[in-house]
Design a protein around this ligand. Structure first.
Ligand SMILES: Nc1nc2c(c(=O)[nH]1)N[C@H]1C(S)=C(S)[C@@H](COP(=O)(O)OP(=O)(O)OC[C@H]3O[C@@H](n4cnc5c(=O)[nH]c(N)nc54)[C@H](O)[C@@H]3O)O[C@H]1N2
Ligand SMILES: Nc1nc2c(c(=O)[nH]1)N[C@H]1C(S)=C(S)[C@@H](COP(=O)(O)OP(=O)(O)OC[C@H]3O[C@@H](n4cnc5c(=O)[nH]c(N)nc54)[C@H](O)[C@@H]3O)O[C@H]1N2
Ligand code: SF4
Ligand SMILES: [Mo]
Length: 747
């Protein structure tokens, strides 16, 4: 095995230069080599932010090839010189003292001890192979992320599924985007968010459903602020969020009544004859049945279910009707619900029936979350076979095998379990070994205590993360120290389908290695490195990924290399190499690239179903899984708190600046009337109890939240002790945003 590893380190050295040589061959020493960023003459390099899916361009100011500072890129088409606090502070998490700097193994006494990479990879392979032998091939699973590069996601998915025979793998994108994926696939025939950010500026009506853009995507909110058409901005959110306050119309509906609301609005549009008949007839299927279905959603019934007045419903529909260019946007208020997929499709249906697709300023637009959630959707080998293909389709398996030079027999013929099914697999003693890469499940997964207990059942848990201090890493048998954003090269795909180049502008500390390297080492020691001989560098893998997309809706065969992405300010898919030479970017001069790369989908009215038509998909609303009652009278919502906090805080809590911009302690938004009834004063410590557990929080008494509801941000570790493990049946996405709780003043 030692021999194999030294072969691996040789391979790494070839493309990574002295840095990796130092790190891998002389563990513990910092590398002295140049950081291989391609520099601009002024000593800066533009890279893409590694937090949210907006995908802002950041200029790294370099000294000896290493970033000493970051500022928003002024010429990047996404952010146009702006960045939120996380982007400005993106270097701080890299320098944190609790970075994992060596592989760590848990000793018999339960402590972590640092070990060499040789021993670490050896332990992973030995334990995982033993588990497979003892419990069968399907006794292993992995959980991935939307926060590593496309090249790394592709490598992880291919290595795990084709090389190591681990059929069950999913990612944190299940918590986030699975609903949009399923909705788009069923409605449009492919997972294809159709918009370009310029649509924010070109709409005269912007409808935001379950999206707190000001906090979660502040630079996209800036794009709305650049809209010169005096747009009506409609926000559908039970809470009066920062975004709702800035909107022109706020619809504070009852939580999870969105589906009824959207059907009710569709019914008004139909009754009034406010339908684009031509669009419906030429480009869609199923409208007539849908129209019959929504006829029973009368304003009276919808008013009762949503808590909105009949006038509000009529104003909503009339605003859509009056709009020439209406864009519909949704995020987690939709995706994280018990009937999420049908709700997303109800939004799509509104766009279809009013002909608001494929034109500037329109669209049924799901906004993504993590920096590379879109990359995960296309290349992680979880919900799709690499490149947006289908595991169940023999022709797709053949194509992927041919492009990768593999036998098609190594590609599983069925989809893997979703995240919640993998978790259930642990409960049922089917999954015995788990490999977690780039996600902090022990904080972010729903119904945390149950999850935490299940982690204890695993025979071997490997966590690959930048920090050994996360709630999840602390539970591992083996921690593999990963380089983070900024310490490695690759691509991310942002919300508007833009591939952007992420550069290496810093050195990973100690022996931490890029996930890409770690996968190479595992392939070597597992004995499947022959299958991955061509996976030698991120850019080499990018070329493989490109070829995998050929003739797919996401075809990017027209993108040249990383330098092309740099010149163009990123490139949105599709970008096939079959486009007429006059519209090609390869080899164009600098002045021709940039904003001209903006493109939206469906401009020709053709969708990806075989007949080219989009489908109206719908279904009856279902009651909330856990309705507040006498014992648990309040409904708990969860979500983002401030623009300075990122998820479980493992990165943002490392910045002194970002820590100053957020409340340090867990708090709960509670309406003044509920607070008064419970004798709670501002700042009081309260106990919040659900059927799953009890936590303490500081009371934040505010009219942001309606009476009968409370809100707790997800960034604090205790939040998911309360949540109820319920899933949308089609997307299997967790319904994080509604469960019943009781609040009491702490004694
Ligand atoms: N600062 C910051 N930005 C982020 C992130 C972060 O952690 N921090 N995370 C990124 C990621 S991965 C994601 S997925 C996005 C999430 O971005 P958003 O989805 O915008 O954020 P959330 O706060 O989770 O949820 C949005 C809103 O849904 C509302 N909501 C709750 N229940 C319902 C309901 O039943 N109906 C409706 N209509 N609304 C409801 C909540 O009140 C909340 O205001 O943000 C991304 N950006
Ligand atoms: N109650 C509630 N829970 C929620 C949500 C909610 O709204 N409410 N939202 C859900 C959503 S939308 C999401 S997306 C999830 C997010 O949940 P998580 O994915 O668990 O959140 P992060 O804190 O982003 O965790 C990412 C981890 O990856 C590590 N990491 C960062 N970069 C790298 C890298 O390059 N390589 C490796 N190996 N590791 C890296 C970080 O240190 C961190 O530990 O939370 C979900 N949970
Ligand atoms: S808006 Fe998103 S992509 Fe832009 S700087 Fe902030 S976190 Fe980064
Ligand atoms: Mo997310």
């Amino acid at each position: 095995m030692k021999r194999l590893l030294s072969k691996a380190t040789q391979a790494l050295r070839q493309w990574h230069g002295p840095l990796t040589e130092d790190l891998v061959l002389q563990p513990g020493r910092f590398g002295l080599g140049q950081v291989p960023a391609r520099l601009a003459p002024d000593g800066t390099a533009t890279t893409v932010c590694g937090f949210c899916s907006t995908g802002c361009g950041l200029t790294a100011h370099l000294r000896n090839g290493e970033a000493i500072n970051l500022s928003p890129a002024t010429d990047y088409p996404v952010n146009l010189g702006m960045a939120c606090p996380k982007g400005w502070e993106a270097l701080a998490p890299l320098r944190a003292p609790d970075r994992a700097t060596a592989p760590l193994r848990r000793t018999a006494h339960g402590e972590f001890e640092p070990i060499s990479w040789e021993d670490a990879i050896g332990a992973l392979v030995e334990n995982f192979k033993r588990i497979q032998q003892q419990h069968g091939p399907d006794s292993l699973a992995w959980l991935g992320t939307g926060q590593i590069t496309c090249e790394e996601l592709g490598f992880l998915g291919a290595l795990a599924k084709f090389g190591m025979g681990i059929r069950h793998g999913d990612g944190n994108t299940r918590q986030c985007m699975a609903t949009a994926v399923t909705a788009y696939k069923e409605s449009f025939g492919f997972d294809a968010p159709p918009y370009t950010y310029a649509d924010f500026e070109q709409s005269d009506v912007v409808v935001l459903v379950g999206s707190n853009l000001c906090i979660a995507h502040p630079i996209l909110w800036q794009r709305i602020m650049r809209n010169t058409h005096r747009p009506e901005i409609l926000v559908v959110d039970p809470r009066k969020t920062e975004t709702a306050m800035a909107a022109t119309q706020h619809y504070p509906l009852k939580p999870k009544s969105d589906l009824v609301l959207l059907y009710g609005v569709a019914n008004i549009l139909i009754t009034q004859g406010w339908i684009d008949r031509g669009y419906v007839e030429n480009h869609t299927n199923g409208f007539e049945v849908f129209a019959q279905f929504v006829a029973s959603f009368t304003p009276r019934i919808v008013g009762e279910a949503t808590g909105l007045s009949i006038e509000q419903l009529q104003r909503f529909a009339a605003t859509i009707h009056r709009g020439e260019r209406v864009s519909f946007w949704w995020t987690m208020g939709v995706n994280q619900g018990h009937e999420a997929t049908r709700t997303a499709q109800a939004i799509i249906n509104l766009a279809l029936m009013t002909g608001n697709l494929g034109r500037p300023g329109t669209g049924a637009n799901s906004i993504t979350g993590q920096c590379n959630a879109m990359g995960s959707r296309l290349f992680s080998n979880t919900t799709n076979l690499l490149g947006g293909h289908d595991f169940c389709n023999p022709a797709h398996r053949e194509k992927v095998a041919r492009v990768l030079g593999l036998a098609s027999s190594c590609i599983p013929q069925s989809n893997s379990w979703a995240y919640d099914q993998i978790v259930q697999g642990i409960a049922d003693d089917k999954i015995k070994g788990l490999w977690i890469v780039g996600t902090n499940s022990a904080h972010s997964w729903i119904d945390q205590d149950q999850f935490s207990a299940l982690l204890g059942k695993l025979e071997f848990l490997v966590v690959q993360d930048m920090y050994a201090s996360t709630e999840t890493a602390r539970r591992a048998h083996l921690v593999l120290p990963a380089a983070g954003w900024g310490e490695k090269e690759g691509t991310f795909i942002n919300s508007e389908r833009r591939f952007g180049h992420v550069r290496k502008v810093a050195r990973a500390p100690g022996q931490a290695l890029a996930d890409f390297h770690i996968f190479q080492l595992i392939a070597q020691v597992w004995g499947c490195s022959d299958m991955f001989a061509r996976w030698d560098s991120p850019e080499g893998v990018f070329n493989l990924l490109k070829e995998l997309t050929r003739a797919q809706p996401c075809d990017i065969t027209g993108i040249g290399n990383y330098a092309h992405l740099d010149r163009a300010g990123g490139v949105q898919w599709p970008f096939p190499d079959t486009r007429p030479a006059s519209t090609r970017l390869v080899g164009e001069t600098e002045s021709h690239v940039g904003l001209q790369t903006e493109r939206r989908l469906f401009e020709d009215g053709r969708f990806y179903h075989p007949d080219g038509r989009a489908k109206f998909i719908f279904g009856p609303p279902r009651p909330l899984p856990e309705i507040p009652d006498g014992q648990f009278p309040l409904l708990l919502l969860t979500g983002r708190g401030t623009s300075a906090q990122w998820h479980t805080g493992s990165r943002t809590e490392k910045s002194d600046v970002l820590r100053k911009l957020r409340p340090a302690n867990l708090y709960i938004e509670i309406n003044p009337s509920d607070a008064a009834a419970l004798l709670i004063q501002p700042g009081d410590e309260v106990r919040v109890t659900s059927r799953r557990g009890t936590i303490t929080a500081a009371a934040f008494i505010t009219r942001i939240i309606q009476a009968g509801q409370v809100f707790i941000p997800m960034h604090y570790s205790a939040t998911n002790k309360l949540t109820l493990a319920v899933f949308d049946p089609y997307s299997r996405q967790p319904a994080y945003k509604a469960c019943a709780v009781r609040v009491q003043k702490a004694q």
